[in-house]
Design a protein around this ligand. Structure first.
Ligand code: F6R
Ligand code: MG
Ligand code: MG
Length: 376
């Protein structure tokens, strides 16, 4: 770019539009079709660059473009892409739960609230712009609460909060109440206890975005949709996505990844009804098996350069959890998964009544209603 600063938008839009072997993984033809759609959009200059991948049964469209956040053209393009692949690939192959996340009827300007998950951030490219994109399967947006808190507010996790003067002023969390559709900005470290008070309830309070307090530099954006609140019933968990910028006055890529060394318990897993450990995995292992899980997360690392994705090999993003450094986390996750399963349907292995309200359990409980008699 000559002189003027380049504004770039990174968008990740994802949906479960059907999968192979139940909710195990996407079909290669879905990936192929998505690549064709995105390549066409690139040729038509709607987007600058793209990368198609999947996490479990979720098809993930990572795009860079110059259209800003919530752009109706980008959203409509993603919606139509999912719709068409659902019709031309998922349904003819009788993939499981074909079109599952496409809840809306006609496109209404923004895919938010229509089923797909979205995280988007527009920024002026810095001299060098390292990005990490996270995608998880069999869990919900609140799954990011703990790791994002550690990355941007915990000095025992992110050394830069203590050591780097440009991070020392801390970060501000925009926390959303998904039940009441409200949000609040809270600055860490000053309001850290309030941040924890909210984020400790991940089914209700989720992080929408995080910025550096000193200059409002946007540092992270996460998806916040709750499908059950859109549909009023269980339609799968809202397998979430998240974008984090790194380095040079922001947490380093290593600090961004470090919290995933502890596979914390998240809500989701089988029938979206259980607590399970979030296991960091490579793209190769981003496919759920044991009890439809355990919940998994992938991390893709790349540089953004004049709107282009700069990665490794064929310019693919680096597969950051494809590393023996995360073997211990995976072993712990498997240990925890096994332990929790031995507890069957007894809480807290199974989620509490608030969360179960959106599943099929109330139908079962309903049948017992008349048999429950007042005690004389
Ligand atoms: C989790 C998920 C699966 C299904 C489960 C039962 O998000 O989608 O765990 O809930 O496989 O699916 P059905 O009821 O369609 O057989
Ligand atoms: Mg599915
Ligand atoms: Mg999924």
């Amino acid at each position: 770019m000559s002189g003027e600063q380049m504004r770039t938008t990174v968008s990740i839009i994802k949906a479960d539009i059907g999968s192979v072997a139940g909710h195990h993984t996407v079909h290669p033809k879905q990936i192929e079709a998505a690549k064709q759609h995105l390549e066409k959009a690139r040729k038509e200059n709607l987007i600058t660059d793209y990368y198609v991948f999947h996490c479990g049964d979720d098809l993930e469209l990572l795009m860079t473009h110059g259209n800003g956040e919530n752009n109706p053209k980008i959203h409509e393009f993603a919606w139509n892409t999912f719709k068409e692949i659902s019709e031309t690939v998922s349904k003819p192959l009788k993939l499981y739960a074909a079109g599952q996340d496409l809840l809306g009827e006609a496109f209404s300007g923004n895919v938010k609230g229509m089923g797909p998950g979205v995280a988007e951030m527009e920024f002026e490219e810095r001299k060098s712009e390292p990005i990490v994109v996270f995608a998880a399967d069999k869990t919900e947006p609140g799954a990011w609460n703990l790791p994002l808190f550690k990355i941007f507010a915990d000095p025992f996790s992110t050394a830069g909060l203590v050591i780097d003067p440009s991070m020392h002023g801390g970060f501000t969390f925009r926390v959303m109440d998904v039940m009441e559709n409200k949000n609040v900005d809270l600055a860490c470290p000053a309001e850290m206890y309030d941040v924890i008070a909210l984020l400790g309830t991940p089914g209700r309070y989720v992080i929408e975005r995080i910025y550096r307090t000193s200059d409002k530099l946007l540092a992270s954006v996460a998806s916040t949709s709750r499908l059950s609140l859109i549909a009023g019933r269980y339609v799968g968990k809202d397998d979430p996505v998240c974008i984090v910028r790194g380095q040079h006055g922001l947490p380093s890529v290593g600090e961004v990844l470090a919290p995933f060394g502890m596979p914390h318990l998240v809500a989701g897993w089988m029938r979206g009804s259980h607590h399970g450990p979030l296991m960091p995995v490579s793209l190769e292992n981003a496919k759920c098996t044991f009890f439809d899980g355990p919940p998994r997360v992938v991390a893709l690392g790349f540089q953004v350069s004049d709107g282009h994705i700069v990665g490794v090999n064929e310019n693919e993003p680096a597969d950051l959890f494809d590393d023996p450094a995360f073997d211990k986390a995976r072993a712990t996750a498997n240990e925890l998964a096994d332990y929790l399963r031995r507890q069957g349907e007894f809480m807290p292995a199974r989620l509490g009544p608030d969360e179960m309200e959106y599943t099929t359990l109330p139908q079962v409980l309903d049948r017992l209603k008349d048999r429950l008699k007042p005690i004389a």
